[in-house]
Design a protein around this ligand. Sequence first.
Ligand SMILES: *[C@@H]1O[C@H](CO)[C@@H](O)[C@H](O)[C@H]1NC(C)=O
Ligand SMILES: *[C@@H]1O[C@H](CO)[C@@H](O)[C@H](O)[C@H]1NC(C)=O
Ligand SMILES: *[C@@H]1O[C@H](CO)[C@@H](O)[C@H](O)[C@H]1NC(C)=O
Length: 405
Amino acid sequence: MEALVIFLIALLIGSSHLDVGEGQSNTFNIVNFGAVGDGKTDDSGAFLKAWQALCGTKGATVTLEIPASKTFLISQSDLSGPCSSSSIQIKILGNIVAPEAMAWKGSKECWLCFREVNGLFLYGSGQINGNGASWWTQGKGAERPTALHLHACNNLKLDGLTHLNSQMNHIGVHHCNGVSISNLHIYAPGDSPNTDGIDISGSTQVYISDCFIGTGDDCIAIKGGSSNINITKITCGPGHGISIGSLGEGGKNENVEQVYVRDVIFNATKNGARIKTAPGGSGYARTISFEEITLINTRYPVEIDQRYCNGKAHTCSDKGQAVAVSDVTYRGIHGTSSDEQAIYLDCSSNSGGCTRITIENVNITLSTFPLTKTLQVICNNAHGKAIHTQPVVSCLLPGFKRPFI
Ligand SMILES: *[C@@H]1O[C@H](CO)[C@@H](O)[C@H](O)[C@H]1NC(C)=O
Ligand SMILES: *[C@@H]1O[C@H](CO)[C@@H](O)[C@H](O)[C@H]1NC(C)=O
Ligand SMILES: *[C@@H]1O[C@H](CO)[C@@H](O)[C@H](O)[C@H]1NC(C)=O
Protein backbone atom coordinates (compact mmCIF):
# COMPACT_ATOMS: atom_id res chain seq x y z
CA MET A 1 0.00 0.00 0.00
CA GLU A 2 2.68 2.46 1.05
CA ALA A 3 4.66 1.60 -2.05
CA LEU A 4 1.61 2.26 -4.22
CA VAL A 5 1.07 5.70 -2.64
CA ILE A 6 4.69 6.64 -3.22
CA PHE A 7 4.38 5.40 -6.80
CA LEU A 8 1.23 7.52 -7.36
CA ILE A 9 2.90 10.60 -5.85
CA ALA A 10 5.85 10.02 -8.13
CA LEU A 11 3.49 9.91 -11.09
CA LEU A 12 1.84 13.16 -9.97
CA ILE A 13 5.18 14.96 -9.63
CA GLY A 14 5.73 14.11 -13.23
CA SER A 15 7.72 11.33 -14.69
CA SER A 16 10.12 13.50 -16.59
CA HIS A 17 11.15 15.38 -13.48
CA LEU A 18 11.74 12.27 -11.48
CA ASP A 19 13.36 10.20 -14.16
CA VAL A 20 15.78 12.85 -15.28
CA GLY A 21 17.22 12.91 -11.79
CA GLU A 22 17.73 9.19 -12.06
CA GLY A 23 19.01 9.33 -15.61
CA GLN A 24 16.10 7.31 -16.97
CA SER A 25 13.72 9.32 -19.17
CA ASN A 26 15.24 12.00 -21.28
CA THR A 27 12.31 14.30 -21.88
CA PHE A 28 12.40 17.85 -20.57
CA ASN A 29 9.75 20.54 -20.63
CA ILE A 30 10.74 24.21 -20.76
CA VAL A 31 7.99 25.02 -18.22
CA ASN A 32 9.78 22.91 -15.62
CA PHE A 33 12.76 25.25 -15.89
CA GLY A 34 10.65 28.27 -14.97
CA ALA A 35 9.42 29.45 -18.37
CA VAL A 36 6.15 31.37 -18.15
CA GLY A 37 5.00 31.37 -21.76
CA ASP A 38 2.80 34.46 -21.57
CA GLY A 39 4.53 36.17 -24.52
CA LYS A 40 5.70 39.05 -22.28
CA THR A 41 8.05 37.53 -19.73
CA ASP A 42 11.56 36.96 -21.08
CA ASP A 43 11.90 33.18 -20.91
CA SER A 44 15.46 33.08 -22.23
CA GLY A 45 16.99 32.12 -18.87
CA ALA A 46 14.68 29.11 -18.59
CA PHE A 47 15.34 28.19 -22.23
CA LEU A 48 19.11 28.25 -21.72
CA LYS A 49 18.85 26.14 -18.56
CA ALA A 50 16.66 23.66 -20.41
CA TRP A 51 19.15 23.63 -23.29
CA GLN A 52 22.04 22.91 -20.93
CA ALA A 53 20.10 20.00 -19.41
CA LEU A 54 19.20 18.70 -22.86
CA CYS A 55 22.65 19.04 -24.32
CA GLY A 56 24.35 17.57 -21.26
CA THR A 57 22.17 14.48 -20.94
CA LYS A 58 23.37 11.15 -22.25
CA GLY A 59 20.85 8.88 -23.91
CA ALA A 60 19.82 7.42 -27.21
CA THR A 61 17.47 10.37 -27.73
CA VAL A 62 16.89 13.42 -25.54
CA THR A 63 13.93 15.73 -26.08
CA LEU A 64 12.96 19.22 -24.98
CA GLU A 65 9.30 20.08 -25.30
CA ILE A 66 7.99 23.58 -25.90
CA PRO A 67 4.33 23.08 -25.00
CA ALA A 68 1.30 24.10 -27.02
CA SER A 69 -0.99 27.08 -26.33
CA LYS A 70 1.81 29.20 -24.93
CA THR A 71 4.09 31.87 -26.37
CA PHE A 72 7.67 32.00 -25.16
CA LEU A 73 9.53 35.29 -25.58
CA ILE A 74 13.14 34.28 -26.18
CA SER A 75 16.06 36.71 -26.63
CA GLN A 76 19.15 36.07 -28.71
CA SER A 77 20.38 32.63 -27.63
CA ASP A 78 23.61 30.71 -28.23
CA LEU A 79 22.87 27.01 -28.22
CA SER A 80 26.19 25.31 -28.66
CA GLY A 81 27.36 21.73 -28.73
CA PRO A 82 28.89 19.33 -28.80
CA CYS A 83 26.17 17.59 -26.81
CA SER A 84 26.25 14.30 -24.90
CA SER A 85 23.59 12.56 -26.99
CA SER A 86 23.77 12.12 -30.74
CA SER A 87 20.01 12.68 -31.03
CA ILE A 88 18.87 16.05 -29.67
CA GLN A 89 15.20 16.77 -30.29
CA ILE A 90 13.26 19.94 -29.70
CA LYS A 91 9.55 19.39 -30.05
CA ILE A 92 7.91 22.76 -30.58
CA LEU A 93 4.14 22.77 -30.17
CA GLY A 94 3.74 26.34 -28.91
CA ASN A 95 5.15 29.60 -30.18
CA ILE A 96 8.61 31.06 -29.83
CA VAL A 97 8.78 34.80 -30.44
CA ALA A 98 11.72 37.23 -30.63
CA PRO A 99 11.97 40.65 -28.96
CA GLU A 100 11.72 43.72 -31.18
CA ALA A 101 14.80 45.50 -32.54
CA MET A 102 14.76 48.18 -29.80
CA ALA A 103 14.90 45.57 -27.05
CA TRP A 104 17.61 43.43 -28.68
CA LYS A 105 20.51 42.20 -26.52
CA GLY A 106 23.47 40.19 -27.73
CA SER A 107 24.82 39.36 -31.15
CA LYS A 108 23.01 40.52 -34.26
CA GLU A 109 24.37 37.65 -36.32
CA CYS A 110 21.53 35.37 -35.34
CA TRP A 111 18.59 34.97 -32.99
CA LEU A 112 18.39 31.23 -32.26
CA CYS A 113 21.96 30.21 -32.93
CA PHE A 114 22.75 26.49 -32.95
CA ARG A 115 26.40 25.58 -33.38
CA GLU A 116 28.10 22.20 -33.51
CA VAL A 117 25.06 20.22 -32.44
CA ASN A 118 25.05 16.89 -34.26
CA GLY A 119 21.80 14.97 -34.63
CA LEU A 120 19.61 18.00 -33.96
CA PHE A 121 15.92 17.57 -34.86
CA LEU A 122 13.52 20.51 -34.56
CA TYR A 123 9.92 19.52 -35.18
CA GLY A 124 6.29 19.99 -34.25
CA SER A 125 3.27 22.04 -35.19
CA GLY A 126 4.49 25.21 -33.46
CA GLN A 127 5.77 28.54 -34.71
CA ILE A 128 9.06 30.37 -34.66
CA ASN A 129 8.24 34.04 -35.05
CA GLY A 130 11.09 36.51 -35.63
CA ASN A 131 8.75 39.46 -35.07
CA GLY A 132 10.84 41.23 -37.72
CA ALA A 133 8.75 44.27 -38.66
CA SER A 134 10.75 46.60 -36.39
CA TRP A 135 13.94 45.53 -38.21
CA TRP A 136 12.64 45.89 -41.77
CA THR A 137 12.43 49.66 -41.60
CA GLN A 138 16.14 50.01 -40.73
CA GLY A 139 18.43 51.06 -43.58
CA LYS A 140 19.90 48.57 -46.03
CA GLY A 141 23.30 48.46 -44.30
CA ALA A 142 21.91 47.74 -40.82
CA GLU A 143 22.92 44.44 -39.32
CA ARG A 144 19.99 42.10 -38.81
CA PRO A 145 19.95 38.58 -37.36
CA THR A 146 19.10 35.34 -39.15
CA ALA A 147 16.21 33.90 -37.15
CA LEU A 148 17.24 30.24 -37.01
CA HIS A 149 20.97 29.76 -37.58
CA LEU A 150 22.45 26.28 -37.88
CA HIS A 151 26.21 26.15 -38.08
CA ALA A 152 28.22 22.92 -38.26
CA CYS A 153 25.23 20.80 -37.27
CA ASN A 154 25.59 17.43 -39.00
CA ASN A 155 22.61 15.07 -39.37
CA LEU A 156 20.19 17.94 -39.01
CA LYS A 157 16.44 17.56 -39.41
CA LEU A 158 13.74 20.23 -39.50
CA ASP A 159 10.12 19.17 -39.92
CA GLY A 160 6.65 20.61 -39.69
CA LEU A 161 7.26 23.98 -38.09
CA THR A 162 5.99 27.39 -39.21
CA HIS A 163 8.60 30.16 -39.49
CA LEU A 164 7.28 33.71 -39.58
CA ASN A 165 8.53 37.25 -40.15
CA SER A 166 12.25 36.79 -39.65
CA GLN A 167 14.44 39.81 -38.93
CA MET A 168 16.54 38.85 -41.98
CA ASN A 169 16.84 35.26 -43.33
CA HIS A 170 14.44 32.77 -41.77
CA ILE A 171 16.71 29.73 -41.76
CA GLY A 172 20.48 29.62 -42.36
CA VAL A 173 22.17 26.24 -42.88
CA HIS A 174 25.94 26.70 -42.90
CA HIS A 175 28.64 24.02 -42.93
CA CYS A 176 26.18 21.23 -42.16
CA ASN A 177 26.45 17.78 -43.74
CA GLY A 178 23.38 15.58 -44.01
CA VAL A 179 20.34 17.81 -43.73
CA SER A 180 16.66 16.95 -44.15
CA ILE A 181 14.12 19.78 -44.23
CA SER A 182 10.45 18.96 -44.80
CA ASN A 183 6.90 20.23 -44.36
CA LEU A 184 7.86 23.75 -43.33
CA HIS A 185 5.70 26.83 -43.80
CA ILE A 186 7.80 29.97 -44.08
CA TYR A 187 6.01 33.28 -44.45
CA ALA A 188 6.85 36.99 -44.42
CA PRO A 189 5.35 39.84 -46.44
CA GLY A 190 6.46 40.10 -50.08
CA ASP A 191 7.93 43.55 -49.39
CA SER A 192 9.93 42.61 -46.28
CA PRO A 193 13.60 43.14 -47.19
CA ASN A 194 16.10 40.22 -47.42
CA THR A 195 13.85 37.76 -45.65
CA ASP A 196 15.14 34.65 -47.48
CA GLY A 197 13.33 31.44 -46.63
CA ILE A 198 16.20 28.95 -46.47
CA ASP A 199 19.84 29.91 -47.08
CA ILE A 200 22.40 27.17 -47.56
CA SER A 201 26.16 27.55 -47.68
CA GLY A 202 29.13 25.23 -47.24
CA SER A 203 26.81 22.25 -46.86
CA THR A 204 26.40 18.85 -48.51
CA GLN A 205 23.64 16.26 -48.79
CA VAL A 206 20.80 18.64 -48.16
CA TYR A 207 17.26 17.42 -48.94
CA ILE A 208 14.41 19.89 -48.86
CA SER A 209 10.86 18.79 -49.68
CA ASP A 210 7.20 19.66 -49.25
CA CYS A 211 7.57 23.26 -48.11
CA PHE A 212 5.48 26.38 -48.63
CA ILE A 213 7.68 29.45 -48.74
CA GLY A 214 6.50 33.01 -49.36
CA THR A 215 8.79 35.85 -48.32
CA GLY A 216 10.36 39.12 -49.46
CA ASP A 217 13.48 37.52 -51.00
CA ASP A 218 14.74 34.13 -52.21
CA CYS A 219 12.57 31.17 -51.22
CA ILE A 220 15.75 29.10 -51.19
CA ALA A 221 19.29 30.40 -51.83
CA ILE A 222 22.22 28.04 -52.39
CA LYS A 223 25.56 29.70 -51.79
CA GLY A 224 29.26 28.85 -52.05
CA GLY A 225 30.63 25.53 -50.88
CA SER A 226 27.39 23.60 -51.34
CA SER A 227 26.94 20.31 -53.19
CA ASN A 228 24.45 17.47 -53.42
CA ILE A 229 21.36 19.53 -52.79
CA ASN A 230 17.94 18.05 -53.74
CA ILE A 231 14.90 20.26 -53.60
CA THR A 232 11.43 18.87 -54.41
CA LYS A 233 7.77 19.77 -54.01
CA ILE A 234 8.12 23.41 -53.05
CA THR A 235 5.49 26.11 -53.49
CA CYS A 236 7.33 29.42 -53.68
CA GLY A 237 5.76 32.86 -53.73
CA PRO A 238 5.83 35.71 -53.17
CA GLY A 239 9.60 36.05 -53.33
CA HIS A 240 12.60 35.82 -55.60
CA GLY A 241 12.47 32.15 -56.48
CA ILE A 242 15.15 29.52 -56.01
CA SER A 243 18.61 30.95 -56.56
CA ILE A 244 22.08 29.54 -56.85
CA GLY A 245 24.36 32.33 -55.66
CA SER A 246 25.20 34.89 -55.84
CA LEU A 247 28.70 33.46 -56.24
CA GLY A 248 32.03 35.24 -56.61
CA GLU A 249 31.14 38.55 -55.02
CA GLY A 250 34.17 40.56 -53.91
CA GLY A 251 36.44 38.41 -56.12
CA LYS A 252 35.78 35.26 -54.08
CA ASN A 253 36.36 31.72 -55.32
CA GLU A 254 33.12 29.82 -54.76
CA ASN A 255 31.77 26.50 -55.96
CA VAL A 256 28.33 24.94 -56.10
CA GLU A 257 27.56 21.62 -57.78
CA GLN A 258 24.98 18.87 -58.04
CA VAL A 259 21.87 20.84 -57.27
CA TYR A 260 18.64 19.15 -58.39
CA VAL A 261 15.42 21.14 -58.17
CA ARG A 262 12.22 19.38 -59.19
CA ASP A 263 8.48 19.81 -58.85
CA VAL A 264 8.29 23.45 -57.85
CA ILE A 265 5.53 26.03 -58.28
CA PHE A 266 6.64 29.64 -58.61
CA ASN A 267 3.50 31.61 -57.79
CA ALA A 268 3.79 35.32 -58.57
CA THR A 269 7.48 35.40 -57.79
CA LYS A 270 9.85 37.96 -59.23
CA ASN A 271 12.42 35.35 -60.26
CA GLY A 272 12.09 31.65 -60.81
CA ALA A 273 14.97 29.31 -61.45
CA ARG A 274 18.05 31.49 -61.23
CA ILE A 275 21.83 31.29 -61.19
CA LYS A 276 23.65 34.52 -60.33
CA THR A 277 27.38 35.26 -60.27
CA ALA A 278 29.40 38.44 -59.88
CA PRO A 279 32.11 39.52 -62.35
CA GLY A 280 35.65 39.17 -60.96
CA GLY A 281 34.94 35.99 -58.99
CA SER A 282 36.15 32.47 -59.72
CA GLY A 283 35.04 28.89 -59.12
CA TYR A 284 32.08 27.15 -60.66
CA ALA A 285 28.35 26.47 -60.63
CA ARG A 286 27.87 23.15 -62.41
CA THR A 287 25.64 20.11 -62.69
CA ILE A 288 22.45 21.90 -61.83
CA SER A 289 18.92 21.02 -62.95
CA PHE A 290 15.53 22.63 -62.66
CA GLU A 291 12.79 20.21 -63.74
CA GLU A 292 8.97 20.10 -63.68
CA ILE A 293 8.51 23.74 -62.82
CA THR A 294 5.08 25.38 -62.88
CA LEU A 295 5.00 29.13 -63.41
CA ILE A 296 2.11 31.32 -62.32
CA ASN A 297 2.71 34.89 -63.32
CA THR A 298 6.44 34.66 -62.73
CA ARG A 299 8.36 37.71 -63.81
CA TYR A 300 11.74 36.25 -64.84
CA PRO A 301 11.24 32.47 -64.88
CA VAL A 302 14.55 31.25 -66.32
CA GLU A 303 17.63 33.24 -65.61
CA ILE A 304 21.41 32.96 -65.61
CA ASP A 305 22.94 36.27 -64.60
CA GLN A 306 26.72 36.63 -64.68
CA ARG A 307 26.54 40.39 -64.30
CA TYR A 308 24.97 40.32 -60.84
CA CYS A 309 26.41 42.57 -58.18
CA ASN A 310 25.52 44.61 -55.12
CA GLY A 311 22.13 42.94 -55.03
CA LYS A 312 21.25 44.13 -58.52
CA ALA A 313 20.48 41.98 -61.54
CA HIS A 314 22.18 42.35 -64.93
CA THR A 315 23.96 45.58 -64.00
CA CYS A 316 27.71 45.03 -63.59
CA SER A 317 29.93 45.29 -66.57
CA ASP A 318 31.19 41.98 -67.90
CA LYS A 319 34.88 42.31 -67.09
CA GLY A 320 37.57 40.26 -65.39
CA GLN A 321 37.29 36.55 -64.69
CA ALA A 322 33.99 34.82 -63.97
CA VAL A 323 32.57 31.90 -62.03
CA ALA A 324 32.22 29.14 -64.67
CA VAL A 325 28.63 28.06 -65.27
CA SER A 326 28.21 24.66 -66.96
CA ASP A 327 25.98 21.60 -67.24
CA VAL A 328 22.76 23.37 -66.40
CA THR A 329 19.44 21.82 -67.42
CA TYR A 330 16.04 23.47 -67.48
CA ARG A 331 13.51 20.77 -68.38
CA GLY A 332 9.72 20.78 -68.18
CA ILE A 333 9.07 24.44 -67.47
CA HIS A 334 5.48 25.51 -68.13
CA GLY A 335 3.07 28.26 -67.26
CA THR A 336 2.88 32.02 -67.43
CA SER A 337 5.38 34.83 -67.27
CA SER A 338 4.40 38.38 -66.36
CA ASP A 339 7.33 39.96 -68.20
CA GLU A 340 8.50 39.59 -71.75
CA GLN A 341 12.01 38.51 -70.74
CA ALA A 342 11.04 34.93 -69.99
CA ILE A 343 14.43 33.37 -70.67
CA TYR A 344 17.43 35.49 -69.80
CA LEU A 345 20.84 33.87 -70.34
CA ASP A 346 23.31 36.65 -69.59
CA CYS A 347 26.69 34.90 -69.55
CA SER A 348 30.19 36.30 -69.34
CA SER A 349 32.33 36.60 -72.43
CA ASN A 350 35.45 36.06 -70.33
CA SER A 351 35.13 32.47 -69.08
CA GLY A 352 34.05 31.00 -72.40
CA GLY A 353 30.46 31.78 -71.52
CA CYS A 354 28.01 29.29 -70.05
CA THR A 355 28.54 25.82 -71.47
CA ARG A 356 26.40 22.69 -71.88
CA ILE A 357 23.18 24.52 -71.12
CA THR A 358 20.11 22.41 -71.98
CA ILE A 359 16.66 23.91 -72.26
CA GLU A 360 14.04 21.30 -73.05
CA ASN A 361 10.25 21.00 -73.06
CA VAL A 362 9.51 24.54 -72.14
CA ASN A 363 6.18 26.24 -72.73
CA ILE A 364 5.92 29.73 -71.31
CA THR A 365 3.14 32.13 -72.25
CA LEU A 366 2.73 35.77 -71.32
CA SER A 367 0.15 36.38 -68.58
CA THR A 368 -0.15 40.14 -68.83
CA PHE A 369 -1.88 42.40 -71.31
CA PRO A 370 -1.49 43.54 -73.98
CA LEU A 371 -1.10 40.09 -75.40
CA THR A 372 0.29 41.65 -78.52
CA LYS A 373 3.63 41.66 -76.74
CA THR A 374 5.75 38.63 -77.40
CA LEU A 375 8.10 36.77 -75.16
CA GLN A 376 11.78 37.44 -75.59
CA VAL A 377 14.85 35.35 -75.11
CA ILE A 378 17.98 37.23 -74.15
CA CYS A 379 21.12 35.34 -74.88
CA ASN A 380 24.72 36.42 -74.30
CA ASN A 381 27.52 33.86 -74.59
CA ALA A 382 25.34 30.83 -73.85
CA HIS A 383 26.20 27.47 -75.42
CA GLY A 384 24.28 24.22 -75.43
CA LYS A 385 21.04 22.97 -76.88
CA ALA A 386 17.36 23.79 -76.88
CA ILE A 387 14.65 21.21 -77.64
CA HIS A 388 10.91 21.91 -77.89
CA THR A 389 10.81 25.34 -76.37
CA GLN A 390 8.30 28.13 -76.55
CA PRO A 391 9.63 30.81 -76.77
CA VAL A 392 12.23 29.56 -79.22
CA VAL A 393 15.76 29.79 -77.82
CA SER A 394 17.48 30.37 -81.15
CA CYS A 395 20.96 30.87 -79.71
CA LEU A 396 20.95 27.25 -78.54
CA LEU A 397 19.64 25.80 -81.81
CA PRO A 398 21.96 24.02 -84.23
CA GLY A 399 23.37 26.32 -86.89
CA PHE A 400 22.98 29.45 -84.79
CA LYS A 401 25.46 32.06 -86.01
CA ARG A 402 26.87 33.97 -83.10
CA PRO A 403 26.82 37.69 -83.69
CA PHE A 404 30.23 39.11 -84.41
CA ILE A 405 31.17 41.50 -81.63
C1 LIG B 1 18.81 13.79 -55.93
O1 LIG B 1 18.44 14.08 -57.28
C2 LIG B 1 19.19 13.35 -58.24
C3 LIG B 1 18.80 13.85 -59.62
O2 LIG B 1 17.43 13.80 -59.81
C4 LIG B 1 18.92 11.86 -58.06
O3 LIG B 1 19.70 11.12 -58.97
C5 LIG B 1 19.27 11.47 -56.63
O4 LIG B 1 18.91 10.12 -56.42
C6 LIG B 1 18.54 12.33 -55.63
N1 LIG B 1 19.00 11.99 -54.30
C7 LIG B 1 18.14 11.74 -53.31
C8 LIG B 1 18.77 11.31 -52.04
O5 LIG B 1 16.93 11.85 -53.42
C1 LIG C 1 -1.05 31.43 -55.88
O1 LIG C 1 -1.14 32.55 -55.02
C2 LIG C 1 -2.47 33.07 -54.93
C3 LIG C 1 -2.40 34.37 -54.15
O2 LIG C 1 -1.78 34.17 -52.92
C4 LIG C 1 -3.35 32.03 -54.29
O3 LIG C 1 -4.68 32.51 -54.19
C5 LIG C 1 -3.33 30.76 -55.13
O4 LIG C 1 -4.06 29.73 -54.48
C6 LIG C 1 -1.89 30.28 -55.34
N1 LIG C 1 -1.87 29.14 -56.26
C7 LIG C 1 -1.21 28.01 -56.03
C8 LIG C 1 -1.30 26.94 -57.06
O5 LIG C 1 -0.59 27.82 -55.01
C1 LIG D 1 1.58 25.93 -74.39
O1 LIG D 1 0.68 26.39 -73.40
C2 LIG D 1 -0.45 27.05 -73.93
C3 LIG D 1 -1.21 27.66 -72.78
O2 LIG D 1 -1.44 26.70 -71.79
C4 LIG D 1 -1.26 26.05 -74.75
O3 LIG D 1 -2.38 26.71 -75.32
C5 LIG D 1 -0.38 25.48 -75.87
O4 LIG D 1 -1.06 24.47 -76.57
C6 LIG D 1 0.91 24.90 -75.28
N1 LIG D 1 1.81 24.53 -76.36
C7 LIG D 1 2.42 23.36 -76.42
C8 LIG D 1 3.33 23.14 -77.58
O5 LIG D 1 2.26 22.48 -75.57
